[in-house]
Design a protein around this ligand. Sequence first.
Ligand code: ADP
Length: 397
Amino acid sequence: MNILVINCGSSSLKYQLIDSATENVLAKGIVERIGMEGSCITHTPAGRDKVVKTQPMEDHNEAVRLVIEALIDPEHGVIKSLSEIGAVGHRVVHGGEKFKTAVKIDASVIKDIEDLSSLAPLHNPANLIGIHACEKNMPGVPQAAVFDTAFHQTMPQKAYMYGLPYEYYEKYKIRRYGFHGTSHDFVSNRAAEILGKDRKDLKIIVCHLGNGASISAVKNGECVDTSMGLTPLEGLIMGTRSGDLDPAILDFICEKEGLSSAEMNTVLNKKSGVYGLSGGISSDFRDLTAASKEGNELAKMALETYCYHVAKYIGSYTVAMQGVDVIAFTAGIGENDTGVRKGVCEYLKFMGVNIDEEKIMTRGEEVTVSTPDSKVTVMVVPTNEELAIARQTLAIL
Ligand code: ADP
């Protein structure tokens, strides 16, 4: 069965068509600037050149229609008709406490995702727009919602409660939820598979280091802690997001700089992280590494601070799980930035982490970068959230 995986944002829509039998990607693409000037679709059929088509599109309905058009196009398409799409799997950001696994979408699931929008006001409404657009363009094709938060729902209460008055949890469900769950699940599972072991017998720390970054502790196959919180702003220092802060800093800056809370939110989400720390050089680790090599002190400091924070989290999750067998690096930085991996592992030598200096330089592929005598196995495991969504969609439908 072919499964269309959709990741819908407020003005963009990423898609992949995956053959669930072979797990091959038949085509992938992105529709950008939906409802804005300069909207376009970039469609890449597997093994062929990408096709970019700039075309005005009013809304997500139009975007989904264009995706289908591209998929069945006689020249650039990969299927003959819509009937060859057996199911649609949607990435949905917030499933709250309600969704502990992926689910088949029906009216009550849609209502629940709507009700959870207050916890993810930027994401859940956009995900719903994508669901409605697919319903409209592909009536009768079953759809599944795969939640970013679901994998983390196994966390014990001591890991998800904040030190706030309990009434806020009762009234507003303020707690740690965690995100990137599909990736943490996929990578921890794959790491165990590569090692020929059962995930149930392992203590794994997954470092998902992309533009957004989070880290999780997966003990005996279940998530027991993760660094992102009520929102994806908490935890590690990220590309442009601050990560952990003293909460009193916010009021202090607002008062000194005369910022509203919305403006402060923009600073925390868009102007902070390694981008802000480096004095605005870049949020991209390739640029920061280049600047650091040229002697830029702020770039160097930003990279050092980043690695230090990742290492500190690894330390705390080792305590949370009372040990660690595997540390897996994934996502854009985890898979490609050899400097960050080395920088983090440098801190872990005391716990018997021994790195193979050659292997740690490998980029973008599955590899064990620790030596055979290392007390902890350190691996690079490329994530594949789309494949994970397709698998879960198939499983529940
Ligand atoms: P997201 O999905 O959160 O947008 P990704 O997982 O795609 O992010 O990661 C993107 C980031 O990965 C880039 O901003 C960059 O910092 C980093 N990155 C990508 N390729 C490389 C590379 N070859 N070397 C170092 N860093 C890289």
